[in-house]
Design a protein around this ligand. Structure first.
Ligand code: SF4
Ligand code: SF4
Length: 312
């Protein structure tokens, strides 16, 4: 059995990624489970989702405490002590990280003692979809790593997304982006403690479909979602590290209508003595609702993590 965990932030699509992978595995003839784990709906909050894939019926239930493969869709999570996305990763397992770093750089930067693969999925999402929603892209990466076929990945993306979106053009772009990621990730042969075999040395689809999936003993669910450790500590949670994009103000066009202040779900837009809004970046989680709601061109956004390009 393969056990995979996706870690992302609310809005990035970890849940859909796990579903795309599970659906592709099912279409390839395997048994599959996929399920998310998150608390109250909060865009930008840490989210986890899991997928199990096996040749036999899967009797195991619950969260996956010791995954074989982790897909980290937001690298800032690696520095979040309440999330710890790589906790429990089996020795010899694979961590796939969405980053601009090379695998060696990521291992050194985040002190990771595991096999690491990297791909700048956010850039691919922005280039191909025009948005940092990474569900199908991460699903494509994971499908390649566990040895599923391109055909099943394509069908899975079509099936899962057609339940969510009606825009055919966007759906086609997602299929293309998933396949791009499927072929862009560099496979690696690995061996976990339990001798899981992964045949990834070829791009030959028929050979990839023959990857061996074996059963492992049941393990209890011991890992849960990030916990609230004390009452009234929300302001202490520096959700500014959740951001992919940062809202920025251009006061020349600001009419001081206060719509952004009213719409911010976290109340982190303040007003200065001249009546202009300004953000508390310690707590601004980067949901960009303020950018959407601003009736003028006052508010724009810049990429926060490994910023290379100003967007707008
Ligand atoms: S300031 Fe804007 S981007 Fe930040 S949390 Fe508030 S609405 Fe979201
Ligand atoms: S919504 Fe736009 S125009 Fe209105 S106060 Fe906020 S930034 Fe200024």
């Amino acid at each position: 059995m393969y056990r995979l965990r996706f870690h992302g932030r609310g809005g990035q699509g970890a849940r859909v990624a796990s579903k795309v992978l599970g659906t592709a595995a099912f279409l390839d003839g395997y048994y599959a489970q996929d399920f998310p784990l998150y608390g109250a709906e909060r865009r930008g909050a840490p989210v986890a989702a899991s997928t199990r894939i096996a040749e036999e019926p899967i009797m195991e239930r619950g969260v996956i405490p010791e995954p074989d493969i982790e897909i980290v869709m937001d690298e800032t999570l690696l520095q979040d002590p309440l999330t710890m996305p790589l906790s429990g990763l089996k020795p010899g397992g694979i961590a796939i990280i969405n980053t601009t770093h090379s695998p060696a750089e990521a291992k050194a930067e985040y002190k990771i003692n595991a096999n690491v693969l990297t791909l700048d999925i956010t850039k691919i999402g922005l280039d191909m979809l025009g948005m940092p929603i990474l569900s199908t892209l991460a699903g494509g990466v994971a499908a390649r790593i566990v040895g599923l076929s391109e055909d099943s990945l394509t069908e899975a993306v079509e099936k899962v997304l057609s339940e969510i979106i009606t825009d055919r053009n966007l759906l086609d772009k997602n299929v293309a982006a998933a396949l791009y990621c499927f072929n862009a990730i560099t496979p690696a042969e690995t061996e976990t403690e339990t001798k899981i075999e992964i045949e990834l040395k070829t791009s030959d689809t028929s050979k990839k479909k023959s990857s061996k999936v074996i059963s492992l003993p049941f393990e209890p669910a011991e890992v849960s979602s990030p916990a609230i450790n004390a009452t009234g500590n929300t302001p202490l949670r520096m959700t500014g590290n959740w951001r992919v994009f940062r809202p920025v103000w251009n006061y020349e066009a600001c009419t001081r209508c206060m719509i952004c202040v009213a719409r911010c779900p976290d109340g982190c837009i303040l007003v200065n003595e001249d009546g202009y809004p300004y953000p508390n970046y310690d707590n601004c989680k980067g949901c960009l609702i303020c950018v959407e709601e601003c009736p003028t061109s006052t508010l724009g956004k810049v990429m926060e993590v490994h910023a290379k390009n100003e967007i707008e």
